[in-house]
Design a protein around this ligand. Sequence first.
Ligand SMILES: O=C(O)[C@H](O)COP(=O)(O)O
Ligand SMILES: [Mn+2]
Ligand SMILES: [Mn+2]
Length: 546
Amino acid sequence: MGRTKRRILTVVMDGVGVRDSDYGNAVKLARTPFLDRLKDRALYRTLKAHGTYVGLPSDGDIGNSEVGHNALGAGKIYDQGAKLVANGIQDRTMFDGEVWRSMMAQVKEASSTLHMIGLLSDGNVHAHQDHVHAMLEEAKKAGVKKVRLHVLLDGRDVGEKTAETYIDRLEEKMSAITASDFDVKVASGGGRMTTTMDRYEADWSMVERGWHAHVLGKADQQFPSLPKAIEYFRSETDTIDQYLPPFVIVEDGKPVGTIEDDDAVIFWNFRGDRAIEISRAFTEDDLDSFDRVRFPKVNYAGMMEYDGDLHIPSQYLVQPPAIDGTLGASLVSQGVTQFACSETQKFGHVTYFWNGNRSGYFDKSIEEYVEIKSDNIPFDLKPWMKAAEITDETVQRLMKGSFDVGRINYANGDMVGHTGNLEASIIAMATVDLQIGRLMKACDKTDTILMVTADHGNCDEMFDTKDQSSTDPKWLLNLDQNRPKAKTSHTLNEVPLYIYDPKGVSDYELHTNNQASIGNVASTILSLAGLPEQDEYLPSLLKVKS
Ligand SMILES: O=C(O)[C@H](O)COP(=O)(O)O
Ligand SMILES: [Mn+2]
Ligand SMILES: [Mn+2]
C-alpha cells in the first residue's frame, strides 16, 4: 500500500440522479442488480448537486458537469460562472473592466464590427440570454455602430424544441435598440451539437462548420433572418434544436456579417469545455486542427478565462472562480498516487474540471490520466459507449495496485440522457450497473474502498412532464402515440452516494445532514483514505461508530 491507509476508487455516474417516481426515470426503469446489491452492502445517502449548493445563482438552476466536478474535486463551493457573470453585469465590473472598454474603443476607432457568438438560451449551464441582452445595450451605450450575432441553438440545457422562445426575446431586444446609428443583426447560427461547441477535441469538424458559418459566411442553409430559419426547420424537419445544421443569414445573396480583420469577437459562454476550441481557432496563429481558409486578425475575448493553466483565451470579461487547494493538488503534495480515467466526452471532467479548470498534471510522476476515445455518433445508437473499456483500464490498475486514490467517470447516464431517448437511457443505466458489478468484484480482490456518486441528475427524468402516471405503464409500452415530450436537460434531483468497503461498513455511518452536497465528497475521500482532513474543505460525511 502507498501513502494512504486504504485505496479508494470514486466512480462518478455522470447524469444519474435519484427520484422516487419511475415515470420517465431511466435509473428506476433499468434493471440494476449490482447497484441494488451495492445499496444493500454499502453506506448510502443522497447529496445535493444543484443550485446554490454547487455555487449557482439560484436553486432553480440545474447542476452540471463543470460545477459538479469542480465541487467534487475542490471539496468546497465557489461562486460559479453563471453567478459571477450575473454579478459582473449587475455591479458593472464587467463593463467597467479594461477588456470590455478596450474592445469597444478598438471597434469604434477602426469603424469595424463587434461580433458576439454563443449559446442562446436561459439554461445557465454554458450561457444565459440575459447576458447577451445586457451586452447589446452596453455596446450601444459605448457608441459601437455595428453588431453581428452568431447564435447557437440549445435544446440540451433547456427543452428540446424551445429555440423560438429565445429567438423571440432576442428579436424584441434587437428591434428595441436598433437605431439609425446602431445596426444589429443575426449573421449566422446552428445547433450547438453540430456547430462550434465541441469539447475535449472530440470532433473538430463541429468547430470547422462553425468557423465556416460565422467567419466565412458559408453554410449549406441560408435564410433571410433567424425567425425564418427556425420557421423553416420546424416545418421541414423533426430535428431538435441541438442538432440543427449550421446556417448563414443573407441579404441580396450576401452574408450579412462575415468576420474580418480589425473586428472584435466576444464569445459569450462562461463555461470553458465547449469554448476552448473555438477560442483557439480565433487566437492561435498555427492551428492544424482544421483549415481555417481565412484567418482574420480580430480582437478576441471570452466571457471568462476558459483554461486557467494554458490561459485560453488571453482576454476575458469576467474573472473565473479562483479554485485552488483541490483534492488532486493536496494528494500530490502528500505523495499519494492518483489515477483518473474516462472516455473523451468526459475525460476533461475528471481531469480539467476535477482539478479546478486546469489542464495537465500536477505531478506526472505520481498521477496517471487515461482517456478512452469516444465514438463520434449519436450516443443513443450505442448507449454502452466506452464504459466497458473504462472498467478494463481501471480493473487492470486495481489488480496491479498502481494507485492509491482513483476517480473515473461513466458518461452514459448523461450523454444518452441528453438525446431524450428513454429506451436507450435504460440501456445506458444497465451498462453502468454492469460496470459497477465488475468494479465491486475487483475492489473485493484488492481491498479497495469503492465510492459511487454522480455530478447531477439527467436520465432520472426523461419526460418533460413530471410524475403523471407512474401507475399507468401505457406510456412505456406505446412507443408512438401519446408519448410524453422528451426532456433532454439535467435535473434538479439529488444524487446518490454509496460507500462500499470489502471489509464491511459496520464501523462507520454517514452523517444525515440534509444540506450535504457533492462538495462534501473530497473530505469524505480523505477520511476514508486515513489522510488528514483539510480545514477549508466542507466536512467529511463519515462518522466512525463509537
Ligand atoms: O455540455 C453539455 O453537454 C451540456 O450542456 C451539459 O452537460 P454536462 O454538464 O454533463 O457536460
Ligand atoms: Mn455531468
Ligand atoms: Mn450533461
